[in-house]
Design a binder for this molecule. Structure first.
Ligand SMILES: [Mn+2]
Length: 417
């Protein structure tokens, strides 16, 4: 049987809106990232003379703002068609038949969007390869559509294109449910899956693969993103290798400051962590969430002016990479008072007593006091109550707890001096 290579991609989410983007972000670069990743994929397929491309759903992120999203996809696929490289796709939950109201046909000699009413098979003319699949008709397909896929074509290499979370994957809606066992027993040589944005190889016999999404879109989609390069030798899959196509890489950068870190040392430690992450991004724009923690000397100056501390840390990102190379999505500061407090805690006098009280008093007790106090203040001022309604800070648990924690840290920090 034949030997060949093809590319399996999924979850392109073209023109996905950006979450958590601030005014100073290199917005154009990040906004264009899903498109640039697809252009990179097409470049790669043409340069490496791959035989064909399969796309397992969610090519679009949802209904288009305008026609340009569709035009972009059609234009990129046309680059493949001109090279006589087939592109076979299905629609996923994000670009289901009923979701996309504007429509551009993907139906040519080398291009096919498989049917949403029933499973369809596309047989390559150039190779003994059959690609079976069914598009999503609606956003939430809850039946086991893989069960209806046809039996494998004899003497051909059979691929199943399926947008599904199989028997459920954390954080992913359970669409087109099925079991791994069912897919294994179906008789295909390769299951090209989509929907789960994390890369995962579920089985090697036959190969059942999630390639992950083509380009990370927010802080929960970290690390390198791309597609799977599948190598078939004598009709047998020998490898499904990850190839990166992303141009923006999301990263969480935790920095645990050492106890002796004053502000200068703390910023040097942040710089070192950013440098390492920037290296790993390998020329891509790094979108970073920096979380600084640890019991350290710098805690005191940081807690006095959190805003300034954040800006200093953002400054280090510029310092490391120059403008437009690291975009700091968020700076989280959760440092604690240095160990000096531990010594002070043992003091027999009022200071020791106060420190112990501050450390042991429960958030709930403080929260109750604040609520009582806030309610009393509001009772005294009707206009104030009307102005802010019931949504004042004291009723927001998460916010209040954060404020209490920071107030406590600030007090402990200044008593340690
Ligand atoms: Mn998706």
């Amino acid at each position: 049987m034949a030997s060949f290579r093809f590319l399996h991609c999924a979850d392109l989410h073209l023109d996905s809106p950006l979450r958590g983007l601030e005014a100073d972000a290199p917005a154009e670069k990040i906004r264009g990232a899903t498109r640039e990743a697809l252009a990179n994929l097409v470049d790669y397929v043409i340069e490496n003379r791959l035989e064909f491309v399969v796309a397992a759903g969610d090519l679009y992120d949802g209904d288009w703002q305008d026609w340009r999203t569709g035009h972009f996809l059609v234009g990129q696929i046309a680059r493949l068609s001109r090279e006589r490289i087939p592109f076979i796709a299905i629609r996923g939950n994000h670009d289901a038949e009923s979701v996309i109201t504007r429509r551009l046909e993907l139906r040519g000699e080398f291009t096919r969007m498989l049917d949403h009413r029933r499973p369809e098979t596309f047989r390559l003319a150039s190779l003994p390869v059959s690609i079976h699949g069914q598009s999503f008709a609606t956003k939430a397909v809850t039946e086991n559509i893989a069960r209806g896929y046809p039996a494998p074509d004899p003497d051909r290499f059979n691929i199943g294109l399926l947008h599904s979370s199989i028997d459920g994957r954390e954080g992913h809606a359970n669409y087109a449910p099925c079991t791994l066992e069912q897919l294994r027993d179906h008789g295909y040589d390769y299951w090209a899956l989509g929907h789960v944005h994390e890369r995962e190889i579920l089985s090697h016999d036959p190969w059942i693969v999630f390639p992950g999404n083509l380009q990370g879109r927010h802080i929960n989609e970290t690390g390198q993103k791309g597609a799977s390069l599948v190598t078939v030798t004598d009709g047998k899959v020998v490898d499904a290798a990850p190839i990166s196509f992303d141009t923006v890489q999301w990263a969480r950068i935790p920095v645990v400051l050492t106890a002796d870190a004053d502000e200068e040392i703390a910023l040097a430690q942040v710089r070192a962590a950013l440098s390492a992450a920037f290296e790993r991004a390998n020329g891509r724009l790094l979108a970073a969430r920096i979380s600084v923690s640890g019991a350290c000397v710098a805690h005191d100056s940081f807690s006095r002016d959190l805003g300034a501390a954040r800006e200093k840390i953002r400054g280090e990102a510029l310092n490391v990479a120059g403008p437009g190379m690291i975009w700091t999505e968020t700076v989280e500061i959760a440092t604690t008072a240095p160990a000096k407090v531990t010594e002070q805690r043992e003091r027999p006098d009022a200071i020791g007593q106060l420190i112990r009280a501050l450390e042991t008093i429960g958030d709930d007790v403080v929260l109750d006091d604040i609520r009582t106090y806030a309610a009393a203040m509001l009772d005294k001022s009707n206009p104030l109550r009307q102005a802010i309604g019931d949504q004042h800070a004291a009723t927001n648990d998460a916010l209040s707890r954060d404020l209490i924690r920071r107030a406590r840290e600030l007090l402990l920090g200044s008593m340690a001096e």
